[in-house]
Ligand binder design. Structure first.
Ligand code: SPD
Length: 278
């Protein structure tokens, strides 16, 4: 039966026509819903907030994985994903043979199960033998692993519910401690149109702890306002400049990320630049 489902966020919304609800689970952490849609393939929502659609998830996941990967001044070998239970960031990291180990710490094991059952093209990231799954609180996990990772990617929900601690200043300090020297973080930094105060806060925290940092914009039509940010930060080199480039074979595996897109993503509209300079 056809049904329009909406994300209503900050006083406005995004509505998608669906044909079938594949998953409808309330976990101790959140409400997981997955729909079959008319035009966007599968759509996953957590607590009513769109997390991904098959139509454009490649854009978000490629950038979340590759901005930190290619910003890292040394060749990254060990990666950590906080959140990201759908497996999309894992899938993109898995394209890099240089990575020897990819840990994921997702607080809600039911998200992993639902993604594996209903979003196989995204959750195929789990099929990689370098991936180690930890179900738990990412904010505690980073405190328990000092000096451990070359790149850490925080693929969180919005700062309400289980995602809340991942938007605090203390968490950014702990991310820095969990990195090896010269490591890079990439964190979900919201939309400068939809949630400008959150985007501003995240970039400010990155600037408190790291020498080089910036907000990279990613075009994702199925997130309200069509844009979302990845805050990239490191103590080594300029994160706006890729340190290595995908070879031809790797570039063929990517539909959104290119070295030019890496540089261009940090070129923000004037009002957004001002937001982050305050
Ligand atoms: N405002 C929604 C932000 C969602 C970011 N996380 C998406 C998870 C996809 N792996």
């Amino acid at each position: 039966m056809e049904r329009w489902v909406s994300e209503v966020n900050a006083g406005w919304g995004l509505t998608v026509k669906t044909t079938q609800q594949l998953c409808d689970i309330q976990t101790p952490y959140q409400h997981i819903e997955i729909f079959e849609t008319v035009n966007l393939g599968h759509l996953m929502m957590l607590d009513g907030i769109v997390q991904l659609s098959s139509y454009d998830e490649f854009a978000y996941h490629e950038m979340m994985a590759n901005l930190p990967f290619y910003s890292c001044a040394h060749l990254p070998e060990k990666a950590l994903v906080i959140g990201g239970g759908d497996g999309g960031v894992l899938r993109e990291l898995g394209k890099h043979p240089e990575l020897k180990s990819i840990d994921i710490c997702e607080i809600d094991g039911e998200v992993i199960k639902a993604a594996r059952e209903f979003l196989p093209e995204t959750a195929c990231g789990y099929d990689d033998e370098r991936v180690h799954i930890h179900v738990g609180d990412g904010s505690l996990f980073v405190q328990e692993h000092p000096g451990s990772y070359d790149i850490i990617i925080v693929d969180s929900t919005d700062p309400a519910g289980p995602g809340e601690p991942l938007f605090g200043e203390a968490f950014y300090g702990n991310l820095k401690k969990a990195l090896k020297p010269g490591g890079v973080i990439g964190t979900q930094a919201e939309s400068y149109f939809l949630l400008p105060e959150i985007a501003q806060r995240v970039v400010k925290f990155a600037g408190t702890f790291f020498k080089s940092y910036g907000f990279a914009q990613i075009h994702v039509p199925t997130y309200p306002t069509g844009v979302i940010g990845c805050c990239v930060a490191s103590d080594e080199g300029d994160v706006r400049e890729p340190k290595r480039f995908p070879d031809e074979a790797m570039q063929k595996k990517l539909r959104y990320y290119t070295p030019e897109v890496h540089r261009g993503a940090f070129m923000l509209p004037g009002f957004a630049r001002e937001l982050f300079e305050k």
